[in-house]
Design a protein around this ligand. Structure first.
Ligand code: S3P
Length: 471
């Protein structure tokens, strides 16, 4: 085991997991907490803010735009809201590896009174920006990309905006959020329509910061029979300033997912993850693991700040294959690399489809997962929008690239816990993007020492046991 500064990470077969743990603050929520605080009408204190590189990029960008942000102690951030009026940045804004920073900031910068340019690292410089350019241009924004195929750098020349009604062509919370943030400063109303539900943190948090917005669900089918969500419409009126409020960030279920899979795939394991976000637009990983044979209780303990959080209590089992596709994909989009590892450990062939978006994440995650699983001896068929993984044979330890992608690095560190011999993950600095303390938890899991002792979790009215069901 090496520290975050080391270039490689080594893992070996781990003992049964029987412990409880917490994970750092949610990445998506931390970005939004600092952004909404920055445009609020006063001082906001954010606790359990994720001090990962991506959220630091957002905080750094906001500071560059004149927002006063203090960090009195680790994980606590105090932000002086500016009512949405920023200062010219005096140079390019470096968004690092963070697509969320660049896309959400595009929405905030479009209605300002100055021009600026956002850049990114080599991975972000290959990510598509057409998806935010198009709706913002429809609102009257002057925004364009300088890179080939409308990739970064992204340039924004501030201009007054009008509200828009925009149907998202791809389920993307980043694009939805960019439009809603721009809509706050636009003349008239803005409506975003999505036909697959993406994570709804922006909507929940806007409501928590006392912005009035309307959420409408349109369902298809007979009220007594099977009903299918046709679309979600989120509308807000321009000219609202978020009310300054303190905010506590729950733990990141996408970080918990690595340990949930590690526990799920080992019969006899039991893991409690505490103080973790349980927003239903993010808990698809639990549904998938339950379908594969894990036993899970989800206990919502708190919703004070509009984001449900609590404990996940998971017991491992002999996993079997499942299908992950359709409307479930946006809910598990960041967990697919580690779901693929669970599939490799499960009996049968797991099929993942409708996940073309994985091709344009921090790396092409379909190609990266397929290459690394094959190197460990797993049969993988690759599709343009997913893969079929035939699991159940022993995994072989291997030397694997991270492709500079934090979730690939961590997913394959988990695979190494089930493999014969040693697994070496190269180029692991990227893990700091979302989970800077991953190494400490991995070390404890590998040693089998436990992170704390069990505290009994009693059934409560809020406890929801998941049982096997189709997606
Ligand atoms: C995020 C949305 C998702 C997700 C990303 C974070 C967000 O991206 O993959 O890690 O915080 O809004 P898309 O909106 O591009 O699907």
């Amino acid at each position: 085991m090496k520290s975050a500064k080391a270039k490689v990470l080594k893992t070996r077969r781990a003992p049964r997991i029987e412990t409880e743990l917490t994970v750092p603050g949610d990445k998506s929520i931390s970005h939004r907490a600092v952004i909404l605080s920055a445009i609020s009408n006063g001082t906001c204190t954010i606790t359990n803010f994720l001090e990962g590189e991506d959220c630091r990029s957002t905080a750094r960008a906001l500071r560059q735009l004149g927002v006063a942000i203090e960090t009195p102690k680790p994980g606590t951030v105090v932000v002086e809201g500016n009512h949405g009026i920023f200062c010219a940045p005096g140079g390019d804004i470096d968004c690092g590896n963070s697509g969320t920073t660049m896309r959400l900031m595009a929405g905030l910068l479009a209605p300002q009174k100055f021009a600026c340019r956002m850049t990114g690292d080599p991975s972000l410089s290959k990510r598509p920006m057409r998806r935010v350019i198009e709706p913002l241009q429809e609102m009257g924004a002057r925004v364009w990309a300088e890179g080939a195929n409308e990739c970064p750098p992204l340039c924004v020349e501030g201009h007054p905006l009008n509200g828009v009604t925009y149907r998202l062509p791809v389920a993307s919370a980043q694009v939805k959020s960019a439009i809603l943030l721009a809509g706050l400063f636009a003349g008239g109303g803005t409506t975003v329509i999505e036909s697959a539900r993406s994570r709804d943190h922006t909507e929940r948090m806007l409501a928590y910061y006392l912005v009035r917005l309307r959420h409408e669900e349109i369902w298809e089918g007979h009220s007594l029979g099977a009903r299918r969500l046709k679309e979600v419409r989120i509308s807000l009126a321009g000219g609202q300033i978020p009310e300054s409020r303190d905010f506590h960030v729950p733990g990141d279920i996408s970080s918990a997912a690595f340990w949930l899979v590690a526990a799920a795939a080992q019969p006899g394991s039991r893991l409690l993850v505490k103080n973790v976000g349980l927003n239903p637009t993010r808990t698809g990983i639990i549904d998938v693991l339950v379908r594969m044979g894990a036993r899970v209780r989800e206990i919502v303990e708190n919703s004070d700040h509009g984001e449900p959080s609590g404990t996940i209590d998971i017991k491992g089992g002999h996993l079997h294959a499942t299908e992950v596709r359709g409307a479930e994909i946006p809910n598990v989009i960041d967990e697919i690399p580690v779901i693929a590892v669970a599939a490799a450990l499960a009996e049968g062939t797991t099929v993942i489809r409708d996940a073309k978006e994985l091709r344009v994440k921090e790396t092409d995650r379909i190609a990266a997962v397929a290459a690394n699983l094959r190197a460990m001896g797993v049969g993988v068929e690759e599709f343009s929008d997913g893969m079929a993984i035939t699991g159940g044979s022993p995994l072989k330890g291997a030397r694997l690239p991270s492709f500079g992608d934090h979730r690939i690095a961590m997913a394959f560190a988990v695979a190494g816990l089930f493999a014969s011999g040693e697994t070496v993950i190269e180029d692991i600095a990227c893990i700091a993007t979302s989970y800077p303390t991953f190494f400490d938890t991995l070390k404890k899991i590998q040693k089998g020492t436990g992170i704390g002792r069990y505290t009994p979790v009693f059934s409560s009215l809020l406890s929801k046991s998941r049982t096997s069901k189709s997606p």
